[in-house]
Design a protein around this ligand. Structure first.
Ligand code: NAD
Length: 301
């Protein structure tokens, strides 16, 4: 199967590499040619434009920052027009049902939305969770490719076109809500005089326990790592898309809108490239200290 791959960033670079490792023949494209160096060294063909990357392939995969760029690449940069008849477009970006619909209105192409969870680490190890929306037959054709990038039991066909985007946005929305809620609770508790490790241990044995506090927050608590592999610019983009989706379907999203504003404040303060867990720093400032567990507490936890 001939595959075109557009978007070789934090996620797309290792995903394309895993496809090559699984024996697939790739043509790759990115606005930065240097991003393709390792793929070309492994035998991939470089395409100088999105349209060139899409021509002569059976499957075109896109892994791009946002819906506007997905539409630009497919429509204005000519990738959709260049696709051979019958080829399949798989968009793995965190994008929106509306953006893909606009592409489909102009071009009658087979398509799947297949956004991912699992962060850059999951992309590196080929263990991504993948949420696929589209026709079951197209899902069947895509499955061997998705298996090269994701873990078999985490590749889910979640419904018709657009469902994959929706599931992905809802997962991110809930995760960002967890981050803000957890940070606020820790800030109040610590400022009120309770030891951070004691507070965390009490929360984890209570009905308020969460996977976020137990696992995801540990990168901050153990080593002050706010996860630079997923930038604040992308996190704010996802929150904006999730709130927009709520508006589109007529569901009010007061809490999500507030979490989005808190994320935007952190982005303004710490920059577009700061890690996705950077809003924790806003609450560390309020608490008057960083949230860090001492070594012995880490061992007990
Ligand atoms: P990134 O910014 O690191 O990579 C995006 C790549 O797209 C860059 O290499 C950029 O040069 C390229 N690009 C931009 N415009 C282009 C164009 N017009 N033509 C060709 N290439 C273009 O982003 P990322 O972290 O790899 O994320 C990609 C997508 O995956 C986003 O939608 C993001 O929300 C989603 N995602 C990211 C993570 C993560 O942990 N980083 C996890 C899950 C999902």
């Amino acid at each position: 199967m001939r595959i075109g791959f557009i978007g070789l960033g934090n996620m797309g670079r290792p995903m394309a590499r895993n496809l090559i490792s699984a024996g697939h023949v790739l043509t790759v494209h990115d606005v930065h040619e240097a991003a393709a160096a390792e793929h070309v060294a492994l035998g991939a063909r470089w395409a100088a434009s999105a349209a060139e990357c899409a021509s002569e392939v059976d499957v075109l995969i896109t892994m791009l920052p946002n819906p506007r760029i997905v539409e630009d690449v497919l429509v204005r940069e000519g990738a959709a027009r260049a696709l051979p008849p019958g080829a399949l477009w798989i968009d793995m970006s965190t994008s929106t049902p509306a953006a893909a619909e606009r592409v489909a209105e102009v071009f009658d192409i087979r398509r799947l939305d297949a956004p991912v969870s699992g962060m850059a680490k999951g992309a590196e190890t080929g263990t991504l969770q993948i949420f696929v929306g589209g026709h079951p037959a197209d899902f069947g054709q895509a499955l061997p490719l998705l298996m090269a990038m994701g873990e078999a039991d985490k590749i889910l066909h979640v419904g018709a076109h657009g469902s994959g985007y929706t599931v992905k946005l809802m997962i991110n929305l809930l995760w960002f809500c967890h981050l803000v809620a957890t940070s606020e609770v820790l800030a109040v508790g610590v400022k009120a005089g309770v030891d951070l490790g004691v507070l965390r241990a009490a929360l984890l044995t209570s009905p308020a326990a969460s996977n976020f506090l137990e696992n995801d927050m540990m990168s901050v608590l153990a080593s002050g790592d706010y996860d630079d592999s997923f930038a604040m610019a992308l996190a704010c983009k996802d929150l904006g898309l999730a709130v927009d989706l709520g508006r589109d379907v007529g569901v009010s999203t007061e809490l999500s809108a507030m979490v989005e504003q808190i994320y935007r404040r952190a982005k303004a303060q710490y920059g577009d490239h700061a890690g996705e867990m950077t809003p924790v720093r806003l609450y560390e400032s309020l608490a008057g200290k960083q949230f860090r567990l001492p070594e012995p507490t880490l061992e007990v936890a």
